[in-house]
Write a protein that binds this ligand. Structure first.
Ligand code: NAD
Ligand code: MG
Length: 395
């Protein structure tokens, strides 16, 4: 029986994780649920899953949850960052699903890594921001980090066992691997008229053709910044160089990524686009469990197609690949700028095409500095947010 903490329990990944747990009640226990402000959702989850602990990072939300929870359920309500960090590090916790969205997830995800937990990593922004520090802490604590992001999970599944055991320090070349082929659907604007992109609404951007996800990652998928963040995520997880990482557009989202070997073999992981597959894989690794996902029907799929990414249509993807080359300061700044720009777009303050402009302008201001501590990373993240906020005001 694994005791699980679900960070971001009220979100899309949270829901998929709870669905997998429901189907395997003898192997996983919902020990704690963590969310930000959504009390109604958290209350419903508490009634359905009876965790030992429910933590709302927002204090007022925690207060309201406490008042609404029937006392006979004996659910302890916690709040605030300090209690969150103590919770994920606690001795009763085996596994942490890291699925808070954005930079907000970094402190708790890193705390779980430092405490040597089994960490199921959905929160890609945490790794993009902290890169080297994250990997170093993982090696120091012997935490087992497993990739939930469907592409990275696919790549992981296509790697030889000994390389799977070396996450963060993989020696791809020694294992006969030529390159990692990171696939992406191209999102809702793959075939839109380029002149119309500036006028795309948040609703259009969030209407992903294959996946149902939270709003931030949906906008990132429309700009392909998501693939850019995933490129950086893959760089760290698989210790991959620029020559070993390639992005391929595959509109059907049936192949979730591939590994190309030196002998010409290509291994791909396939399945219906349903996050319960990679989540179940991480939860049970190295075993397999039922995930509740429809089996893939090849006759319904019919065709698989592949395209080269067009950087003119997807400037954010080019920015992320460049930032990855430039170094960790650049990727930390890019992640922060993008979070603010996406938020401003979702709130109707800027146009879709302004997201790339803000990201690019913030990237030109990156100064060299060492990012050896969480404090240094958060300080740079704060600076970049400040700059992005100024640029958004001026638009
Ligand atoms: P979502 O918007 O649906 O949910 C976000 C969750 O984070 C919510 O539970 C919210 O309460 C919590 N949260 C937000 N701000 C917080 C804060 N300051 N403190 C504590 N909790 C906070 O997002 P999602 O789509 O579930 O994505 C979650 C993460 O997983 C993201 O990093 C995303 O990139 C990654 N991911 C998602 C998918 C997907 O299919 N949805 C796929 C791959 C990776
Ligand atoms: Mg992904």
């Amino acid at each position: 029986m694994q005791n699980m903490v679900i960070l971001g329990a009220t979100g899309s990944i949270g829901a998929s994780t709870l669905s997998v747990i429901e189907q395997n009640p003898n192997d996983y226990r919902v020990y704690a649920l963590v969310a930000h402000t959504n009390v109604d959702k958290m209350l419903a989850l508490c009634l359905a899953h009876r965790p030992k602990i429910a933590l709302m990072v927002d204090e007022a939300a925690a207060q309201r949850l406490k008042q609404s929870l029937p006392s006979q359920l004996n659910i302890q309500v916690l709040t605030g960052e300090a209690e969150l960090l103590a919770l994920v590090s606690g001795s009763e916790v085996d596994t942490v699903m890291a699925a808070i969205v954005g930079a907000a997830g970094l402190p708790a995800t890193l705390a779980a890594v430092k405490a040597g937990k089994r960490v199921l990593l959905a929160n890609k922004e945490a790794l993009v921001m902290s890169g080297r520090l994250f990997i170093d802490e993982m090696q120091r604590s012997n935490a087992q980090v497993l990739p939930v992001d469907s592409e990275h999970n696919a790549i992981f599944q296509c790697l030889p066992h000994q390389v799977q055991e070396e996450i963060g320090a993989c020696r791809l070349d020694d294992a006969g691997i030529a390159s990692i082929l990171l696939t992406g659907s191209g999102g809702p604007f793959l075939n839109s008229d380029l002149d119309l992109l500036a006028d795309m609404t948040p609703e259009q951007a969030c209407k992903h053709p294959n996946w149902s996800m939270g709003r931030k990652i949906s906008v990132d998928s429309a700009s392909m910044m998501n693939k850019g963040l995933e490129y950086i995520e893959a760089r760290w997880l698989f210790n991959a160089s620029k020559d070993q990482l390639k992005v391929i557009i595959h509109p059907q989202s049936v192949i979730h990524s591939m590994v190309q070997y030196k002998d010409g073999s290509v291994l791909a992981q396939m399945g219906n686009p349903d996050m319960r597959t990679p989540i179940a894989h991480c939860m049970a690794y190295p075993e397999r469990i039922y995930a509740g996902v429809e089996p893939l029907d090849f006759f319904k799929v019919g065709q698989l197609s592949f395209l080269e990414p067009d950087f003119n249509r997807f400037p954010c993807l080019a920015l992320a690949i460049d930032a990855c080359e430039q170094g960790q300061e650049a990727t930390t700044v890019l992640n922060a700028a993008n979070e603010l720009a996406v938020d401003a777009f979702l709130n109707g303050q800027i146009r879709f095409t302004d997201i790339a402009k803000i990201n690019e302008q913030c990237l030109t201001k990156v100064a060299q500095q060492s990012l050896h501590s969480l404090e240094a990373i958060l300080a740079l993240d704060g600076e970049a947010r400040h700059l992005a906020a100024e640029l958004i005001k001026r638009l």
